[in-house]
Design a binder for this molecule. Structure first.
Ligand code: UD1
Ligand code: CA
Length: 450
């Protein structure tokens, strides 16, 4: 049966103290909302509906950027979680199968937990995700009778005895979609907050002769983000888990606490990551590659056996083939570097292709921008680009060509040719000695006069 996801993301998030809607604050390089959208991905959802409100245009753009098939519905007034779910009804009118309710500010729900809820659906009509809270605080309480969930009581509406319950409501719910919408429609707002509580669907379901149960997960999974303090704690937790997962998969992190990963970082077995490396989104590092200290990588691919850094910057579109070397203070952007090529010192390579076995000397720059347009540099195989060559794009160096160091190359160089593009050297015999003597005399004269 197909599964749909309804992600509630209409709230303002006042406690973030931000102009940006809460669900768009980034965690590990992706908006919180995207983490919620990714949670469900393993269940291969047939539909994904995001309920937006505050900053709906921005929320829509972020949701579609991640998943162009995501549907956005707008809840213009936030009248409660049941009211929010009801907004998804038109978008899911043709959906046959279950629907999960997730939250745009709750990024850590695992696919294992969602699968456990789906499994519990085979025996119960409504499944709620709960957790044993270390400090139950203001969470809704799950009232159980054996394996039956009898009702959920919001903290504000709970009596002393109910407040003693430590099994709390995460808010995540699963039911047949049509059933869920019928239940939600029956919810009223006669409660302490005057809101339409999604939690009321449990009692309503049971009154209709349907069954409900709870599945439990670790409290850390249900962590919701309401403030920047919680966001930074969530970031720390994400990093800790992601580093541990990589280490478990056979990656060497020499100083794990100094390596920063993104939600989508992929690193192969036996890769070595030295201290103080930042992986921005979109990075794949293959097995056996080495990323040396203080490098920053984003939107790039590093193949087997390549060595990057120390102090290298790989920007989006950097494609390093096997055994490539990119050394210190080198920036690579939108460039394919073929097998075994070396760019070892102080270079900028952008909008370029570099052939296999080519050596790019220290300080070489592809001058790719004329102030208006970007232009391409094409370098063949086994080329020797002399130190401090300026390659004024568009320009091509043929296979096994060579440029003299210090050259400013503005015309193509054919295969096997040497290009020298700098002023010819002129040595003037004895000139330096004569000049220094003259200057020293001038200085002595001045000192006397003063
Ligand atoms: C809710 C649950 C509570 C649970 C807690 C877990 C209800 C009534 N209560 O309480 O049992 O312990 O979550 O964190 O469901 N939202 C909308 N539109 C609305 C209202 C809310 O999109 O009209 C979104 C909010 O942006 C927020 C989420 O739903 O991300 C939860 O809403 P909130 O009002 O914060 O519910 P809680 O009081 O935390
Ligand atoms: Ca909340």
């Amino acid at each position: 049966m197909a599964t749909a996801f309804i992600i509630l993301a209409a709230g303002k998030g006042t406690r973030m103290q931000s102009d940006l809607p809460k669900v768009l604050h980034p965690l590990a390089g992706a908006p919180l909302l995207v983490h919620a959208m990714k949670s469900g991905a393993a269940l291969d959802p047939a539909a994904m509906v995001v309920v937006a409100g505050h900053g709906a245009d921005l929320v829509e753009a972020a949701a579609k950027d991640w998943n162009p098939d995501a549907q956005i519905v707008v809840q213009s007034e936030q009248l409660g979680t049941a009211h929010a779910v009801a907004q998804a009804r038109p978008a899911l009118k043709d959906h046959k199968g279950d629907a999960f309710v997730l939250y745009g500010d709750t990024p850590f729900i695992t696919d294992t937990t969602l699968a456990a809820m789906a499994a519990a659906r085979t025996t119960h009509d409504v499944v709620v995700l709960g957790f044993e809270a270390a400090d139950p605080g203001r969470y809704g309480r799950l009232v159980m009778d054996g394996t039956t969930l009898t009702r959920i009581v919001e903290f504000k509406d709970a009596d002393e005895a109910t407040r003693e319950i430590t099994l709390c409501n995460s808010g995540v719910v699963c039911a047949d979609a049509a059933t869920l919408f019928d239940l939600v429609d029956a919810v009223g707002n006669d409660n302490a907050a005057g809101e339409y509580y999604l939690t009321d669907i449990v009692e309503i379901a049971r009154d209709k002769g349907l069954t409900a149960t709870a599945v439990s997960c670790d409290e850390a999974e249900t962590l919701g983000i309401n403030s920047r303090t919680e966001l930074s704690a969530a970031e720390a937790l994400f990093q800790q888990n992601a580093r541990a997962a990589l280490i478990g998969d056979g990656v060497t992190l020499q100083a794990p606490e100094t390596v920063f990963l993104s939600h989508d970082t992929v690193i192969g077995r036996d890769a070595v990551i030295e201290p103080n490396v930042v992986f921005a989104p979109g990075v794949t590092v293959e097995t056996g590659a080495t990323i040396r200290a203080f490098s920053h990588l984003e939107g790039c691919h590093v193949s087997r056996g390549a060595v990057v850094g120390p102090y290298a910057r790989l920007r989006p579109g950097a494609e390093l083939a096997e055994n490539v070397k990119v050394g210190n203070f080198v920036e690579i952007k939108k460039a394919q570097i073929a097998e075994g090529a070396k760019v070892n010192h102080l270079s900028y390579i952008g909008d370029a292709t570099i052939g296999a076995g080519t050596n790019v000397g220290a300080g070489v720059i592809t001058c790719n921008y004329d102030g208006v347009f970007k232009h391409q540099t094409t370098i063949g195989e086994n080329v020797f680009v002399g130190s401090n060559t300026m390659l004024v794009a568009p320009v091509t160096l043929g296979d096994a060509a060579m440029t003299a160091s210090g050259s400013v190359i503005t015309r193509d160089v054919a295969a096997g040719d040497l290009a020298v593009a700098r002023a010819r050297q002129d040595n003037k015999a004895g000139f330096a000695t004569r000049m220094f003597e003259k200057l020293k005399k001038m200085k002595a004269k001045k000192a006397k006069g003063a």
